[in-house]
Design a protein around this ligand. Structure first.
Ligand SMILES: NC(=O)c1ccc[n+]([C@@H]2O[C@H](COP(=O)([O-])OP(=O)(O)OC[C@H]3O[C@@H](n4cnc5c(N)ncnc54)[C@H](OP(=O)(O)O)[C@@H]3O)[C@@H](O)[C@H]2O)c1
Length: 243
């Protein structure tokens, strides 16, 4: 059976590329969309060679004209995975207005609006899967990363609303909460190995979530426990904690 095309948004991310490989391995053609997409030509060639599927490259800026981007796709994908994101540093995000705007837009507005465009087209077609890579940082604001976290909270809520709206229209929406992942974004950070996933673990979790029609996934199950505890801490106590 022919497998549907998978659009990977923010395809230069380590998580995104791992997802492209996982879906290509399963026989799906992939569309790699990113800024500076020319740099992805060798990745596309590698995917074609390794997995024997079609792999194309599209220029894509999450903060640009996303409707025009979707209109220009050579074929409407069956699955779209958005891995766009920008963390920055909290110190910079809370003092530099322009930087905060970019972080908020890159994690919320950009990812939400491109998935919204795809959602409308998928709904008209009556099929498709949208995957948003969000973050546990969006489940409770913390002093150490609340600008990034707030944008992810917005994205998580948006995905929830899309899922609710599209549930009866043949369109499935998956929210991915990876916990820590060993990627360029976290380079140089001292991450606890037990709580840190590799990009290919995230890719596998996404692949399985689609097969099992899961709605919200934690890549490492321990993060569900951690976040349940963190969310249960009363605000008067939480505001004095430094976590
Ligand atoms: N690493 C973690 O611990 C972790 C944990 C939870 C969630 N996440 C999320 O996982 C996703 C992937 O992150 P990653 O860890 O793989 O880090 P990453 O390598 O920094 O990936 C983020 C990607 O977003 C792309 N991007 C940012 N702004 C964009 C824009 N305006 N237009 C198009 N692309 C844009 C970047 O493109 P360029 O290459 O052009 O800069 C980059 O490839 C992100 O949403 C991130 O927030 C990561």
């Amino acid at each position: 059976m022919t497998k549907g095309p998978v659009l990977i948004l923010g395809a230069r991310s380590d998580i995104a590329l791992a997802a492209a490989h996982r879906f290509a391995k399963a026989g799906h053609p992939v569309q790699l969309a990113a800024r500076d997409s020319a740099a992805l030509q060798s990745d596309a060639a590698d995917i074609r060679l390794r997995f024997g599927v079609a792999a194309s490259v599209q220029e894509y800026d999450a903060l640009g004209d996303v409707a025009a981007f979707v209109d220009a796709l050579p074929v409407l994908p069956e699955i779209a995975i958005c891995a766009v994101g920008l963390m920055g540093t909290q110190a910079e995000n809370q003092t530099d207005h322009a930087r905060a705007v970019t972080v908020l837009r890159s994690n919320f507005e950009g990812p939400a609006l491109v998935l919204a465009e795809l959602a409308n087209r998928f709904a008209t077609r009556g099929s498709g899967t949208l995957v948003g890579v969000s973050s546990v940082a969006g489940l409770r604001g913390r002093a150490s990363n609340y600008v990034y976290g707030a944008a992810k909270a917005g994205f998580t809520a948006f995905l929830s609303g899309l899922r609710n709206r599209l549930a009866e229209q043949g369109v499935h929406v998956v929210t991915v909460l990876p916990g820590f992942v060993d990627t360029k974004m976290t380079e140089g950070m001292d991450l606890p190995p037990r709580l840190t996933a590799q990009p290919d673990e995230v890719a596998e979790a996404i692949f399985r979530a689609i097969g099992k029609r899961r709605d919200v996934i934690y890549v490492k199950p321990i993060w569900r426990v951690i976040m349940t505890v963190i969310r249960a801490i009363p605000e008067p106590v939480f505001k004095k904690m430094k976590i």
